[in-house]
Design a binder for this molecule. Structure first.
Ligand code: MRU
Length: 370
């Protein structure tokens, strides 16, 4: 991801101090680009809970680095790291990458003997998780690109209009993003691509993050309110929807930011392809039925009752509802596989089904059956 001409990942080990992990504080975007230091595993846990970092792959990576920090704090003793893992597991419930990354780190620990360098091994594993995620996102881009190329060809080079929801971009991963990776590659290839960016209430990941990162990378885009997508689709202004997912069941149901399901319904009603881009780390092979089995996070009602905005040089919070109104704040919804045209993964594009996923990831499917 580029910003001000510099290339950034979303999380990295400080070049000056190996006991500090650095993140982009996403709560401050788009107005301020602030790098924050994580010095303890609790800093990492808070960054996940308060959404300084967010997006399924980045949540997992932050948990991994937090366990590395816990090992420094414990002087290389395993017990406190395992306790930290328990607490980190509870920071956000829907994105399965959190569990995946923590289990991977604990798996490394389980293989170590007393004399092994716990701190060094956890550092190497957290770094590997991040490096692999970059490659995975790039792979998603390469497999998603032909979908955009085919539309460009069909439209004889006219603009390809992609609609996306929430932020499944570089900021949600380590780099490249999932839903945005095919877009970035299409742009590199000279395809005329334009993105409709859903605002994504209540936290506005679309207007504050996706729009920002597309602008930083010079991708033409237009911000729309969450309810505009159906209208655009009815008028032939959307060629393809691509979203991310926080958890995909083995049968291809996807949980993503609240509102994704409504976009999938509108896409189906208007014969517009609805694709979901995901790394294999987002597949939960232990469950089949997304509606029944994916835990849906409910967040602070304040995210609904208040909006953040810029006044002068300051960010201010404004109350938008009367005090007698009850509020619920469901953060995710589940789109059933039947509404998903296809899943774009690092290993290829498949049907949203158990057969489709198992064909792309036979080893993972087999392990889950054992
Ligand atoms: O609540 P958030 O901002 O963590 O939600 C993020 C999303 O819903 C993304 O679309 C999803 O994590 C996919 S990210 C590659």
């Amino acid at each position: 991801m580029n910003t001000a001409g510099e290339s950034f990942r979303t999380i990295w080990l400080s070049p000056d101090d190996p006991a500090i992990v650095q993140i982009i504080d996403q709560r401050r975007l788009p107005h301020d680009f602030v790098i924050a230091d994580l010095g303890t595993w609790r800093d990492g846990a808070s960054a996940i809970t308060n959404m300084a970092v967010r997006g399924a792959p980045l949540i997992g990576a932050t948990a991994a680095w937090s366990l590395y920090l816990a090992s420094i704090q414990s002087g290389g003793a395993a017990g406190p790291v395992i306790e930290a893992a328990d607490k980190l597991m509870a920071t956000r419930p829907t994105a399965v990458n959190l569990r995946w990354a923590i289990e991977r780190m604990l798996g490394v620990m389980a293989k170590l003997s007393d004399h092994d360098d716990l701190i060094g091994r956890l550092r190497a594993e957290a770094q590997a998780i991040c490096d692999e995620d970059v490659e995975i996102s790039r792979g998603i881009g390469e497999h998603g690109l032909p979908l955009l190329e085919a539309i460009a060809k069909r439209k004889d080079g006219e603009t390809v209009n992609v609609l996306t929801h929430c932020n499944a971009g570089s900021l949600a991963t380590i780099n490249w993003g999932t839903a945005t990776a095919p877009v970035y590659l299409a742009q590199e290839k000279g395809i005329d691509v334009h993105v409709w960016v859903d605002e994504t209430r209540p936290r506005n990941q679309g207007s504050q993050l996706t729009a920002w990162e597309l602008a930083q990378n010079n991708v033409p885009h237009t911000l729309i309110v969450d309810n505009a997508g159906g209208h655009l689709m009815q008028h032939g202004m959307v060629d393809i929807c691509i979203t991310g997912t926080d958890r995909t069941t083995r049968s291809g149901d996807v949980a993503n930011k609240i509102g994704t399901y409504l976009k999938a319904l509108a896409a189906a009603a208007n014969n517009i392809p609805f694709y979901v881009a995901l790394p294999s780390t987002t597949i939960d092979w232990t469950i089949h039925d997304g509606l029944a089995e994916i835990p849906i996070e409910q967040r602070d009602p304040r995210e609904v009752s208040h909006v953040y905005g810029r006044v002068g040089g300051n960010t201010v919070e404004t109350l938008t509802v009367g005090s007698d109104t009850a509020i619920s704040n469901y953060a995710f919804d589940v789109t059933p596989a039947s509404l998903v045209t296809g899943l774009i993964t690092e290993c290829g594009v498949c049907e949203a089904s158990e057969v489709g996923l198992a064909a792309l990831f036979p080893d993972l499917a087999r392990q889950a059956n054992d």
